[in-house]
Design a binder for this molecule. Structure first.
Ligand code: ZN
Length: 275
């Protein structure tokens, strides 16, 4: 069924309610056939978000140290050569990876601000964009000094359009704040330029796998944006629910896929910590 962008705009506005700050994760294909395609959907989104601040993740995980790549991993004999040639992050140019085509449109929207983190950047448009996006410390992409802590603080509305909690980045903030025992082994390095010199620095965020996140249950509202099932959470309610679940069981947000190396390593860490 073909829909007009104006119909999608009304649906977005309904999902946003009276929220001032929004975090969007989306798969625009799930919305279905819309006049103007993803560009029409982006116009509808930005119009519905007018006067509010809209935040999207714009991660560039292609910049992580090759020893931490998985699905597929990089051959070990190429790690050093890859390290030497990985491009440095440029907030104006570095393309997000796997964030969806709508995030791509928001990042490139007029007036959008993108954070400085070389791997886990976020972008925002709207009145509070700068204060939410900056600063973004390199060593603390998801923790208490990160944009995600500020999004929790202002109780942003987390809007998932055609995707589930497996795409919900603020749950990594919950892992980080809960100090789960598997954070250290999920640390990664990335290339940065310091005083004109190329160096590698380390960061700790959350687990590298988020496929287990949908097992979390938290109150939300559900509605449709076009054909896309859409879930809307309060950032505070969601993060608090995740922290409670992690306090009861530090493995609560790990996935059950037997082939997942990240979650297997995390389970080993939990066992080693005796929890
Ligand atoms: Zn996993």
């Amino acid at each position: 069924m073909l829909r007009l962008p104006s119909e999608i705009r009304v649906a977005f506005a309904r999902a946003f309610g009276d929220a001032e700050v929004l975090v969007l994760h989306s798969a625009p294909r799930a919305i279905g056939w819309v006049g103007g395609g993803v560009e029409g959907i982006a116009h509808a989104l930005l119009e519905a978000a007018e006067g509010r601040t809209l935040v999207v993740p714009t991660f560039t995980v292609q910049r992580m140290d090759p020893s931490t790549w998985f699905n597929p991993g990089a051959p070990e004999d190429m790690w050093d050569a890859i390290r030497a040639e990985l491009p440095l992050y440029d907030p104006d140019r570095s393309p997000p990876r796997g964030m969806g085509r709508l995030a791509e449109q928001v990042w490139r929207a007029r007036g959008a601000v993108r954070s400085s983190h070389p791997v886990e950047s976020v972008a925002a448009v709207g009145p509070r964009a700068v204060e939410l996006v900056r600063p973004h410390p390199i060593d603390d992409p998801m923790g208490r000094r990160s944009p995600w802590a500020r999004l929790y603080e202002c109780d942003a509305r987390v809007v998932l359009v055609g995707v589930g909690l497996e795409r919900c980045s603020i749950l990594h903030h919950a892992e980080r704040m809960a100090e789960v025992p598997y954070l250290d082994s999920a640390a990664y390095a990335m290339p940065v330029e310091i005083d004109g010199e190329r160096r590698w620095v380390e960061a700790v965020s959350g687990n590298n796998c988020s496929d287990g996140f949908p097992s979390l249950s938290a109150p939300h509202t559900a509605l449709d944006v076009g054909d896309a099932r859409t879930m809307v959470y309060s950032a505070r309610v969601l993060v608090d629910a995740a922290r409670a679940a992690l306090a009861a069981d530090p493995g609560a947000l790990l996935c059950r896929r037997p082939e997942c190396a990240a979650c297997a390593a995390a389970r080993d860490d939990i066992q080693a910590a005796g929890r």
